[in-house]
Ligand binder design. Structure first.
Ligand code: SIN
Length: 555
């Protein structure tokens, strides 16, 4: 089918309707002269991971803008907290861009109409979250910041006349003469459409659905990262899946978990074990708290850990949407401690990009969770995610407007083709060949001519099988044996679904498994190669952090 008129002759085709994609489209449409831009998303706005984001946006704002206690903040402090959380794998140049340009992006969002919570003086209130040395997170509705960001950006995009298409699934990138030239979609009525564009930006979010227990929406199936891998764009750091330590361990076991925002711990909520004792510094970076919660659950008789929110004054009023969801899950937050467990939350790695979001495939740009811009390293600092989407989407559009058409050796791309290791202080890169190592030895990845053979089970059964393999083998704690087991399962599923593109009418559910398997295999390959523990990647067989592993695995 031919694309509709609104999707022809595009300067910028944005895939994904969250903070990154919408920020790019709004900037493109607002420019003078503007770019002809469109956003195509696989679901409605309230199904984007952005909508679900809670904590807020970390940014060092001016004293006159915020209700600030006695301390002062600085960009250098935000920089050093981000680097510390990233456990040695952040790209310093990229982090400097993030923290330096972040405040301006927050003000811009407010100028579009975003309402951030204000104190008695009318200035913005700041929350403190894990890993931050001071309170520096602006928020909305207590912990409903993502919904406000999404609402604001959708309204801005509509006001600027940006074409927004929902319920179209991106199947694959179109690559012509070494350039990304568009995207093939499966429309809501299961028709295949090729949409061409001078530039394509992926803001498709992460891959929380790799795991059965996740805070991410059902749509977070790693689509952008998988498409980029298939198109040959460089991808890195995907072994660093961040687990959030405090997802509500109650309610339906199927479907995404209710996230209990870190802002609660910033307001005095405490983690308690079965004896009622505290066991970790609640304000430590997320990887440390998640590992500690997982460890305490494993070693306790009943397998429980709780978040005690009795010290959070006015919880139900200040965090109204959260309180409502906790009640819906059958827990009374006014009377009970809240049962918690770690849940897959954020993909720290992704498609490698320079400081403008340009990938190694000319014409392809990324921003937000889909990207490996180098700002998160081995573990993302709380509330740096919405920020990353805003900052790097804006930079991508500015670069396109300035006529840039291929990547520069900046940020994480600086070391990619560097002749010598440690060139200019960049983290070294090591290339991984994606033939998975399994319990039975190396296995060739399926070729596109291999026959498609499905197992007897349903597509949902296969998705659950994949998720279980990831939870068992590539969870908060992994080792060589668990990774090999997971690789074995993923090879089978990857083979079965790897050729789903031949029959796109097999539907979105099959194509999502194809993408999940692609990203899972990459995550396993990275985790097998990384014989150390660092940030969100913890191996029981290699518990130390090694200088020799201060590198990025690129696939
Ligand atoms: C949270 O509110 O705890 C999550 C915020 C984030 O993922 O940065």
């Amino acid at each position: 089918m031919q694309p509709p008129d609104a999707l022809r002759n595009l300067d910028l085709l944005v895939v994904g309707g969250g903070v990154a994609g919408l920020s790019a489209a709004v900037r493109a449409a607002a420019a003078e002269p503007g770019l002809r831009a469109a956003v195509v998303a696989k679901a409605a706005a309230d199904h984007s991971a952005t909508w679900w984001a809670q904590g807020g946006v970390a940014a060092v704002l001016a004293e006159r803008e915020v209700e600030r206690p006695s301390f002062t903040d600085s960009v250098e402090s935000h920089l050093s907290d981000t680097l510390a959380a990233g456990a040695g794998l952040c790209d310093g140049e990229a982090v400097r861009v993030l923290v330096g340009e972040g405040p301006q992006r927050v003000r811009e969002l407010a100028s579009f109409g975003a309402h951030f919570d204000r104190g008695a003086s009318g200035r913005w209130l700041l929350a403190r979250e894990g890993g931050h040395s001071v309170a520096r997170v602006v928020h909305s509705g207590g912990a409903a910041t993502g919904a406000e960001v999404e609402r604001t950006l959708v309204a801005a995009a509509v006001a600027l006349g940006v074409t927004l298409v929902e319920n179209w699934f991106a199947v694959d990138l179109i690559v012509r003469a070494g350039r990304c030239a568009g995207v093939t979609f499966l429309t809501a009525d299961a028709t295949t459409v090729e949409v061409g564009a001078r530039h394509v930006l992926l803001g498709t979010g992460g891959a929380g659905q790799l795991y059965p227990v996740t805070t991410n929406p059902l749509q977070s199936t790693g689509d952008g990262i998988a498409m980029a891998l298939r198109a040959g764009a460089a991808v890195a750091d995907v072994e660093f899946v961040q687990f959030h330590p405090t997802a509500l361990d109650a309610g339906s076991p199927d479907g995404p978990r209710v996230l209990l925002s870190e802002a609660l711990r910033g307001e005095g909520a405490l983690l308690r074990d079965e004896a009622g004792e505290r066991f970790v510094d609640e304000m430590a970076p997320r990887d440390i708290v998640a590992a500690s919660v997982a460890d305490r659950i494993r070693s306790s008789a009943g397998g429980h850990v709780w978040l005690d929110i009795s010290g959070v004054s006015g919880f139900s009023a200040r965090f109204a949407s959260l309180a409502e969801r906790v009640r819906q899950a059958g827990v009374d937050p006014d009377r009970e401690w809240l049962p918690v467990a770690p849940a897959a939350h954020y993909m720290c790695g992704g498609v490698m990009a320079d400081l403008d979001g340009a990938t190694t495939l000319p014409g392809l740009w990324v921003a937000g969770e889909t990207a490996c811009s180098g700002v998160h390293g081995a573990n993302r600092l709380a509330s740096n995610s919405l920020l990353e989407g805003m900052v790097f989407a804006a930079r991508a559009v500015e670069a396109i407007l300035a006529g840039k058409s291929s990547p520069d050796p900046t940020g994480v791309l600086r070391a990619l083709n560097a002749p010598a290791p440690d060139d200019g202080g960049a983290i070294r890169v090591k290339r991984l060949h994606r033939s998975a190592e399994t319990a039975t030895g190396p296995v060739e990845r399926p070729s596109s001519t291999a026959p498609c053979e499905r197992s007897a089970g349903t597509v949902s059964d296969d998705r659950r099988r994949l998720q279980k393999a990831m939870a068992d083998g590539v969870g908060v704690l992994r080792d060589a044996g668990s990774l090999a087991e997971a690789a074995g399962v993923l090879d089978v599923i990857g083979h079965q679904y790897g050729c789903a593109h031949k029959d796109v009418t097999s539907g979105v559910a099959s194509l999502e498994i194809r993408n999940l398997a692609e990203v899972a295999s990459a995550a396993i390959a990275g985790a097998q190669a990384r014989t150390e523990s660092r940030g969100g990647h913890r191996r029981s067989d290699f518990p130390s952090t090694l200088d020799a592993m201060s590198c990025r695995f690129v696939q």
